[in-house]
Structure formats: C-alpha cells, structure tokens
Unconditional design. Structure first.
Length: 156
C-alpha cells in the first residue's frame, strides 16, 4: 500500500514516476478535458438529433434509460456535497512540507482537471442525454398518434 512517505525522496521532495503519478497520468488520458469535451459535444449532437426528429424511441424504452440517468444524476449531487470538504486546504501540520502538500491537494481538488469538474461535466452530459431521450420518446408518441389517425381515416 502506498503511503505519503512513498511519494518523497526522504528529504521532503516529491518523487514523480511512482504508482500515484502513473495512476493520475492514466486518469488524465482517459478522462482528460479533451475527452470530456468530446463527450459533451456528442451529447449536444444527440439533443440536436432528437430535436430534428433524427431519432425516436419508445416511451417504455426511454423511461428505463431515463430512470438510470436520473439515478446517476442524484448520485452525482450527493457526491458533490461530499466534495465540499475540498473547499479549504486540509490541515496537515504547521511545517513547510505539510503546508506544501495541503496546498497541492487543494489545487488538485479544485483545478480544471479535478473530480469536481469531471463530475460537473458528467452531470451536464447526463442531463442533455435525458433531454434527448424525452424529446425522442415524445416524437415517437406523436408519430404513433399520426399513424394511428391516418390508419383510422383510411379504414373508416
């Protein structure tokens, strides 16, 4: 198990290339700003497609997906409340190294690549996806009603 002491060279200096650095680098590549931006653009395209009638979905199918999306949105809301602990620097002692690590932890928790930002982006993507599904299922119902009315008019 990695500990804080494993991240320094014994003299209080951070050593890059350790397990934590590799994990952070992997996360940065998989969920970096560019990846999140592309997912957000995809969600925007999904909404635009639904608005223009580019896809439809039955209400039953959409409702199940929307329920899962809303559950995830609720989980994000709850988790965001827990992240409020990062509104201030942690107290890691009154020595220089403790202050340096505390400042670094606060910056990492609040910068543009933080979990907070990623969660906010994910929430927006989920909300847009929900919007697209709601629009697509409404259009499906409208198309069904038009087809039903046309069929009744042709038969009656």
């Amino acid at each position: 198990m990695a500990e804080l002491r494993d991240l320094s060279d014994g003299g209080g200096r951070f050593v890059s290339g350790g397990a934590l650095s590799k994990a952070i680098a992997a996360m940065d590549k998989s969920m970096g700003e560019e990846a999140m931006a592309e997912v957000a653009r995809s969600a925007d395209r999904l909404v635009a497609s639904a608005k223009s009638g580019g896809f439809t979905v039955t209400k039953e199918a959409a409702d199940r997906i929307i329920q899962v999306i809303e559950e995830h949105i609720d989980e994000i809301d709850q988790f965001e409340n827990k992240l409020e602990v990062f509104d201030q620097e942690p107290e890691l002692g009154d020595h220089d190294y403790g202050k340096l690590v505390a400042r670094h932890m606060w910056e990492a928790a609040n910068d543009g690549q933080s979990a907070r930002v990623a969660l906010g982006s994910l929430k927006i993507i989920l909300e847009k996806s929900r919007e697209a599904l709601l629009r697509a299922s409404k259009q499906y119902q409208e198309q069904e009603e038009v087809a039903r009315d046309a069929f009744r008019g042709a038969v009656g």
